[in-house]
Design a protein around this ligand. Structure first.
Ligand SMILES: [Zn+2]
Length: 266
């Protein structure tokens, strides 16, 4: 088996996770910027985090021969403070030329507040001005439907944005259709106790097909399973899907999306 882990917060994982991922067939890992589990007190904290994502974490992954890529932004949980968000966004252009940076992410909404929408629009503008791919986080539970609708509106209102260069992550049964119908990519996030289980992802794969979809484990500092992508591949195999169909879902699709950034190479 070979697969891409397109969304994993490796700075919060132990080295053993890298070894297990490579042993399971992981060919590349991509790490979006996100919340650290606590609010950072200044833009300087983000500067150090961006250095960690672009200099230090790639070295840790390289010890296992695993290419490591990253996405940069201030995550929605901390973007309620618009002034801090402006300061952090001003740092990002200085990092965009780094060899492992694929685009802007994971941007999006958390509580669907006015300030979050404003910062989302500014991130979308930043991506458009610098011709970057976009990775979007959608809110959890009851806020997801509204947050996904609002996010799609923001993206559609910016005419420079091409939907095939945007992935909307954490889709669930009630949001995947609107994402795919609008021409965007859809990401399924496999979590032990929220978002999407391997069985639910396999169901969605069977209902919506293998066009413009990927899976990720998003493994972070909370309860998560870094090998959930290959575990879901086992579920698909158990259901009788072909090796070619599974390979397309967990390897060829993410490669297709990510290769829109010329820096992504295997
Ligand atoms: Zn994430």
């Amino acid at each position: 088996m070979r697969y891409i882990e397109p969304h994993a917060h490796m700075v919060s994982r132990v080295t053993d996770d890298y070894r297990a991922m490579v042993a399971a067939g992981c060919a590349a890992v991509c790490e979006p910027a996100f919340w650290a589990g606590f609010d950072r007190s200044s833009a300087d904290g983000f500067y150090d985090y961006f250095c960690q994502l672009t200099e230090h974490e790639p070295k840790r992954a390289a010890k296992f021969g695993l290419p490591h890529y990253s996405w940069l932004c201030i995550n929605p949980k901390e973007s309620e403070d618009v002034q801090l968000a402006e300061e952090v966004m001003a740092l990002i252009p200085g990092f965009l030329d780094r060899p492992n940076v694929l685009g802007i992410g994971e941007i999006g909404l958390n509580k669907n507040s006015r300030n979050e929408v404003r910062v989302l629009e500014r991130h979308v503008d930043l991506a458009a001005r610098h011709d970057q791919l976009i990775l979007v986080h959608t809110p959890h539970l009851e806020d997801k439907l509204k947050g996904t609708r609002l996010t799609l509106e923001v993206l559609k209102n910016d005419r420079r944005i091409r939907p095939e260069r945007v992935i909307i992550d954490h889709v669930e049964e009630h949001t995947i259709r609107m994402v795919l119908e609008a021409g965007f990519w859809a990401g399924m996030t496999l979590y032990p106790d929220s978002k999407c289980s391997p069985a639910r992802a396999a169901d969605m794969f069977e209902v919506y097909g293998a066009e413009r979809v990927w899976m990720n484990s998003a493994c972070d500092w909370g309860v998560s399973i870094p090998l959930n992508v290959p575990y879901t591949a086992l579920e698909l195999r158990r259901r009788g899907h072909t090796a070619e169909a599974i390979d397309r879902f967990i390897y060829q699709n993410p490669v297709q999306f990510l290769s829109q950034c010329p820096k992504f190479r295997l």
